[in-house]
Design a protein around this ligand. Sequence first.
Ligand code: ZN
Length: 487
Amino acid sequence: MQQDHYDLLIRHATIVDGTNSPRYQGDIGIRGDRIARIGDLSAAKGTTEIDLAGRVAAPGFIDAHTHDDRAMLSDPDMAPKVSQGVTTVIGGNCGISLAPMPRPIPNPVTPPLNLLDSKGEWFRFKTFAEYLDALRRQPAATNCAMLVGHTTLRVVTMDDLGQPANREQIARMRELVDEALEAGAIGVSTGLFYEPAIAAPTEEVIEACQPLKEHGGIYCTHMRNEGDRVIDSLEETFRIGREVGVPVVISHHKVVGENNHGRSEETLAFIRKNMAQQPICLDCYPYTAGSTVLSVDRAKGSARTIVTWSKSLPQYAGQDLSDIAAQMGVSEEEAIGRLLPAGAIYFRMDEKDVQRILKFDETMIGSDGLPHDSSPHPRLWGTFPRVLGHYGRLLGLFGLETAVYKMTGLTARNFGLPDRGVLREGAFADLTLFDADQVDEAASYEHPIAPARGIEQVIVNGVVVWRDGRSTGAHPGRVLTHAKAAA
Ligand code: ZN
């Protein structure tokens, strides 16, 4: 009797295929880096076989929002991500990209670029092509698709970041955007919220982003304001999308500040209305606290602040700012002055808003994890299992199929990643195998570094990268470009 043979054969899977369709039972046969067959393969054999006994096979999760630009090179096992079932990361967000760096990075490194590397040693790639070449020569465990950051471009083209860019500087930024997109970047990100980009008028962004349209790129933004002026910021984002002629991604959508609690009803209605006119996407992380560089203003608006790293006083990482100030016997403001440069977790959101945004049909899941923080926000290790477990299974915010769709098929479609984010014959063999009854985060604010529960095996381009609670050491990740560049 003729038997089909596969490199990897997954038997008795509950298949959640990433399209939001109902789950079904089947076997999955993988040859090389692709899914060759899905169906009844009981007569087939595999060089390696996995019997799931009814547990779930889903597309590998796509982390819609990361700061993994350097982690992929310095920590290529990508354990915080593959342990959650993530097989692809979108990097270069919030205006912060590791490349290009055609002149030396300022010392000390301009915040928030220091979130990627506070020493500055990794800002070593003169062009975006050089950076992507390094990722291809020394691949990570996960695939990646990268954005070029507007703040990085400001830092390399301007001497006074407190000003709008002049014509010459904008022209130079545009050249660098064009070079990055030509090399394989999938779009441009901005961080208009952050000090080095606050002075950039909307027109500067529109002008610098001009090459996006021709290359089929995307515009992602950490908006100028996520508090009192969030509607103005949404309007600015939509205008940039319209005038450049490309889709926009509202990064880590949220409403911050107690006086804005509940306003996600208003923002989501406004987003929905504008979605009828132009392509708009959004992502979200499943927590009521954010995390970024430490500052007096941000700490003042936060119900609780936890220090995640400090270059000058690293021993305080993981402690509450109020405790640190008490130990020092000084005000919180004075303590911040001693800790800088540093990072922090800020509790500034409302649980109902987080749930409403997560549940919104078009919301993708993105971790916004900060992989180099010594005591990171738990979103770095916990985002995807928390959405499946805490919000899906326990709170019933959505069914399993919808939760998976928000982290796979929807994300691949929005970022234009062909043959990713779905389980079907011919697609790339990126898979996450998990126990839907067990899956949840293990990381917490108190113990933020912990692999998730219930994630059994993770496969990238046909190769197992996570098994039995640990990295396998395989690094089969690829640099992904968007559909138009790939064609
Ligand atoms: Zn951000």
